[in-house]
Write a protein that binds this ligand. Structure first.
Ligand code: NOJ
Length: 531
């Protein structure tokens, strides 16, 4: 399997790179297949506010943003955020107005379990999510839940957080409760949103909670996330799926990594290697049950430099949990007898769909610079790769996030070709601008229009199975290491006003039209008039 995997991937990467200009500039007039789902994504910490109301416990972001000095540039926090805890009905009205058919939101673990543990359940937290789910359904909007979007309960952080394997049991208990409580109405679940960013920024760059700088913790965080994901996937599979019939996946973010000079084999090799690392820490294990060779190489190096003691392999048991779905006519999973007879196993990964978060593209080239790996772009430097951006790419309010729509199509094709054509849900895609932009957010209109058009090409021309697109985000809310200095929303929120009033921007009208047209059926599509 691994030789086949390598071979198809090499060919795939070469093709993706060499076809780099294929229909990049031509707008495609067409629609998505019937049943394509459109909507928005959000996360509890960023939007809910009410950080210590109605019995909610403290999470690691509550602790992080209240540090002195503040780790956030504008010294802000999401104590109030967009106040969606009190204004979720406004949010649902906006979703309905724009024509969303699906809304992905995350559960605040400590709103439901204030200590993070299962022995103390907060009824107000359960009530809040029940109200939101019921209101969405009453408005014809499908609720989709992310179980964890970075706001780990502080008491679990005090025990070591994600790097400590005891978190696996706590997370499984929480997930079990969520499936049990909401699963009669919620049929699509994301176990983790961007754990790659959570582990890297939380445990190496110090930019996210809990703000540590420890490679070993980051690698163990990643490992425990995979094992937690797999365990929860199996719980759903064995206990809840037969009754509830839903789907479970993870949401991973990735830039498209384009060789700076596509004609230069060294640049191609460097971009490809890094791409395998991007997907090697989480996606590859979930699909194939082990780390890929590139990730093993990286982990091996980290071990050699004594930066981690984490194993480069999963144990046989872990591997089975991660990738084996089903043993025909077998019920005694607890005995682990099945490890002795691998030939009867039906090997499938622990995912029902791929959640992809995609925003931008990097140019990659090899470098000999040997800056300390704990500064700057740790993986890039450690792999001997350097990133840059084409100066002609339209910029955004975040320096490393220019708008590069064609990279989206390449990213989708790469997953399609390297990971066996999975069903893909776009769980995040959005454009950061400055809070001074106002309601005429032309750059965001172009961003969504052009990225969605590239996604359309991937679906209609290349045959990639994308079946859902949820934009990030609906509202201008707290942005992790930027506070309120950048905006992602298609709806403006006035954070100086105690009521946090919401006003749709031009981009809301653009998405409203794309959603209702299910794509771009004709040339008199008004957002096209914007150049
Ligand atoms: C990544 C995260 O999932 C989300 O919380 C964040 O606001 C957006 N992408 C934009 O950076």
């Amino acid at each position: 399997m691994s030789i086949f995997y390598k071979f198809t991937n090499l060919i795939a990467f070469a093709t993706l790179v060499s076809n780099s200009t294929c229909q990049e500039d031509t707008f495609l007039y067409d629609t998505f297949p019937p049943g394509f789902q459109w909507g928005f994504s959000s996360s509890s910490y960023q939007i809910e506010g009410a950080w210590k109301e109605d019995g909610k416990g403290v999470n690691i972001w509550d602790t992080f943003v209240h540090r002195i000095p503040s780790p956030i540039p504008d010294k802000s926090n999401a104590d109030i955020g967009c106040d969606s805890y009190h204004k979720y009905d406004h949010d649902v009205s906006l979703l309905k107005y724009i024509g969303a058919g699906v809304y992905r939101f995350s559960l605040s673990w400590t709103r439901i379990l204030p200590t993070g543990r299962i022995d103390q359940i907060n009824p107000a937290g359960i009530r809040y999510y029940n109200n939101l789910i019921n209101l969405l359904l009453a408005n014809g909007i499908e609720p989709m839940i992310t179980l964890h979007h970075w706001d780990l309960p502080q008491p679990l952080q005090d025990l070591g957080g994600w790097p400590n394997e005891n978190v696996i049991q706590h997370y499984s208990n929480f997930a079990n409760l969520a499936f049990h409580t909401f699963g009669d109405r919620v049929k699509k679940w994301i176990t983790f949103s961007e754990p790659n960013v959570m582990c890297l920024n939380g445990y190496i760059t110090r930019t996210y909670a809990p703000g540590h700088k420890n490679v070993n913790e980051a690698i163990n965080c990643a490992r425990n996330v995979i094992i937690s994901h797999a365990r929860v996937y199996r719980i759903y599979d064995r206990v809840f799926r037969p009754l509830q019939g839903g789907k479970v996946g993870m949401s991973l973010s990735s830039y498209w990594l384009q060789p700076k000079d596509p004609q230069n084999p060294e640049h191609r090799k460097s971009a490809e290697f890094w791409m395998h690392i991007e997907w090697g820490l989480f996606a590859f294990p979930i699909v194939f049950g082990s780390y890929n060779d590139e990730t093993k190489q990286l982990l091996g190096k980290l071990r050699k430099f004594k930066l981690t003691s984490a194993p480069v392999e999963f144990t046989a048991e872990e591997s089975v949990e991660i990738k084996v779905l089903n043993i025909p006519n077998y019920t005694n999973y607890e005995s682990k007898d099945f490890l002795k007879c691998p030939h009867v196993l039906q090997i499938l990964g622990s995912y029902d769909f791929w959640g992809l978060n995609h925003y931008s593209t990097y140019l990659v080239e090899p470098t000999k610079v040997t800056t300390s790996i704990l500064h700057g772009d740790f993986i890039g430097l450690f792999l001997g790769a350097k990133i840059s951006f084409d100066p002609t790419w339209p910029k955004s309010a975040i320096p490393h996030t220019p708008s590069v729509p064609w990279g989206f199509r390449k990213m989708l094709n790469w997953i399609n070709q390297g990971y066996g054509s999975p069903e893909i849900y776009i769980m995040e895609n959005g454009y950061p601008d400055s809070p001074n932009t106002g309601l005429e957010d032309v750059a965001r209109v172009k961003f969504h229009r052009d990225y969605i058009n590239e996604m359309l090409k991937a679906v209609k021309i290349d045959g990639v199975q994308v079946t859902m697109y949820t934009a990030w985000g609906l509202l201008d809310c707290f942005e992790w290491s930027y506070g309120y200095t950048v905006n992602f929303g298609v709806v403006y929120v006035n954070h100086s006003h105690p009521e946090r009033p919401r006003t749709p921007k031009l981009s809301a009208t653009c998405l409203q039209q794309i959603f209702s047209d299910n794509g771009f059926p004709h040339e008199n599509f008004s957002p096209l008039k914007i150049n």
